[in-house]
Design a protein around this ligand. Structure first.
Ligand SMILES: Cc1cc2nc3c(=O)[nH]c(=O)nc-3n(C[C@H](O)[C@@H](O)[C@H](O)COP(=O)(O)OP(=O)(O)OC[C@H]3O[C@@H](n4cnc5c(N)ncnc54)[C@H](O)[C@@H]3O)c2cc1C
Length: 513
């Protein structure tokens, strides 16, 4: 049975494998690696296992699972298999850094250190290997008015539905592109809160571009249920297609979505809530802060970490599985998790070369089969250029620092070469979200201004902590003498009265420089 830890002080000093993220990839990796005898710690910032797709699965009722659909219900089996495993886990645990072990750490016999904040205490945990299974985030969708109260991401609405069975009241309109948009529409319909309209921004030309990949898609597990979903939603609610621009307007809150069609006609849709979604992109913050090299994926129009065929990153000992390594979906994330667990067992000499080769080949075959049809989805739901790079200068790009598209464009025109240089001018990407909501947009805007590919522009260089951690937690972390001397110039120690050094009274301290 897996053991849950709620206090940082109860965690072991080190583990064979530390896994970040308890979604499909992390759960599968933990069960696989612990099955091969590795000591495993699975850490997730959420309060329950499941990740995005299976969020709240362990607490869900049968009615919840019926409402959220069979793909969601499948998570019950995965979480049960994890619960049966010997892996340790800790929830509500933010992993804020992964780095090579500090040279000054006394007696460290592990190459990597993982910074975890749990219950108000920050600790560095040693690891022989680390698996990043940090999943995806919703892609930025910067239209004018997206910062108004009453505008949310579709994923946020789905989180409320999954974790608290909360469906929006009043009139909801959902807009954007991607399978999740239709899935959420069907889940809202099932929850008795059908949206007044779904505004689909998928460019018409994408169907033509994706057509050569249709035969493989038609034979995949996605085909029947994906097409059924599209038709079912279109039967139940109004779907508006061929859209070239969107604007959210209102006074002190969202009131109307203005839709411009590709033929130039405009329509105003009055509603109380606007849910936006433009597909998902890998959550890069931890992999990038750990130093893993990134690459631009032109097909999906996003950055992802570079990985080899066994899912190992450019950094020694760090693997990446699931949507955090490139968008593959839940079923493939499970298999990637199993591969990463197998690789960890092999690298740490728990299984033979023959066993690794045989199991690895089986898993790769299953992965290829699950990924059949993925290319069609990638091409079909590649977001339109005008919804990745805002056309209007008044659209906010960096929400944390309130930087508009106009300012990013004007600064790019000065000759800024990349997003890290842009930070120095506008502070975009330096707020608490650490670029999650503007990173892709800023890179693409600079690329457009320079007339090059985003591959030549790069992504924000991220630094730990990847999410805000109170300074008091860092201040309270045990530090090596060398680290203290580097900052303070000396080490101050309290000493016992009556000891040899106690003769230093009256202030009972010794100072070492
Ligand atoms: C908002 C949203 C909703 C989605 N809903 C669906 C859906 O309903 N159906 C579907 O088929 N697909 C959905 N997806 C796609 C989804 O990504 C799945 O393909 C699948 O969940 C990917 O599995 P994963 O294990 O790679 O990552 P995830 O399931 O995303 O799990 C990653 C986990 O890592 C944790 N994490 C990340 N960074 C840290 C950190 N620094 N410290 C601690 N924990 C961390 C996260 O809290 C999360 O629990 C959704 C994606 C998003 C972004």
């Amino acid at each position: 049975m897996s053991e849950r830890f709620t206090s940082a002080s109860d965690l072991r000093r080190s583990y064979d494998l530390v896994i970040v993220g308890a979604g499909p990839a992390g759960l599968a990796a933990a069960a696989t690696a612990s099955g091969f005898g590795l000591s495993v710690l699975l850490a997730d910032e959420n309060g329950a296992p499941g990740g995005q797709i299976y969020r709240g699965i362990t607490r869900s009722s049968e009615a919840d699972r019926r409402r959220l659909g069979p793909d969601y219900a499948a998570g019950k089996k995965l979480s049960a298999a994890f619960a049966e495993s010997a892996a340790a886990y800790t929830l509500g645990a933010l992993v804020w850094s992964v780095a090579p072990t500090d040279e000054e750490t006394p007696d460290a016999d592990y190459p990597l250190e993982v910074g975890i904040s749990l219950g108000g205490v920050a600790r560095a945990i040693g690891a022989q290997r680390v698996l990043l299974a940090t999943g995806a985030i919703e892609r930025p969708f910067p239209i004018p008015g997206w910062t108004l109260p009453g505008v949310m991401s579709a994923g946020a609405a789905q989180i409320l539905l999954k974790t608290s069975a909360l469906a929006p009241s009043g009139r909801t309109v959902i807009a954007g592109s991607g399978p999740l948009l239709y899935l959420l529409a069907s889940q809202l319909i099932a929850a008795g809160a059908p949206p007044v309209a779904l505004v689909d921004t998928t460019p018409r030309k994408n169907w033509r571009v994706a057509l050569p990949d249709f035969p493989a898609f038609a034979m995949s597990s996605y085909a029947a249920k994906g097409l059924k979903l599209l038709f079912d939603v279109a039967k139940r609610i109004r779907v508006i297609r061929n859209v070239s621009a969107l604007e959210a307007v209102g006074g002190d809150k969202f009131e109307t979505l203005i839709v411009t069609r590709t033929n130039g006609t405009m329509e105003r849709i009055d509603a109380d809530l606007l849910l936006l979604h433009q597909g998902v992109a890998p959550n890069l913050n931890l992999s990038s802060a750990a130093g893993c090299a990134l690459e631009w994926d032109e097909k999906q129009a996003l950055f992802r970490p570079k990985r080899d065929e066994w899912l190992e990153s450019s950094e020694a000992g760090i693997s990446i599985a699931g949507d955090g390594g490139g968008i593959v979906g839940a079923q493939a994330s499970v298999i990637e998790g199993e591969i990463a667990g197998l690789v960890a067992a092999f690298r740490l000499s728990r299984i033979s070369k023959e066993m690794f080769a045989q199991r690895g080949a089986e898993l790769k075959k299953r992965l290829a089969s699950v990924l059949r049809g993925r290319a069609f989805l990638d091409r079909l739901f590649r977001p339109a250029d005008e919804f990745r790079v805002p056309q209007r200068d008044d659209a906010i790009v960096c929400r944390c620092e309130e930087v508009s598209a106009g300012r990013v464009r004007a600064t790019a025109a000065l000759g800024v070469q990349g997003p890290n240089q842009m930070k120095a001018f506008l502070r975009c990407g330096m707020g608490p979200c650490q670029g999650r909501l503007c990173g892709l947009t800023v890179s693409e805007m600079i690329a457009q201004a320079r007339g090059v590919s985003p591959a030549d522009v790069g992504y924000y260089r991220l630094r730990p902590p990847v999410k805000p951690v109170p300074l008091r937690e860092f201040a309270a972390m045990p530090q090596s003498d060398a680290a203290i001397t580097a900052v303070a110039g000396f080490v101050e120690r309290s000493v016992e009265k009556g000891s040899a050094a106690g003769s230093l009274e009256p202030d009972n301290r010794i100072v070492e420089r």
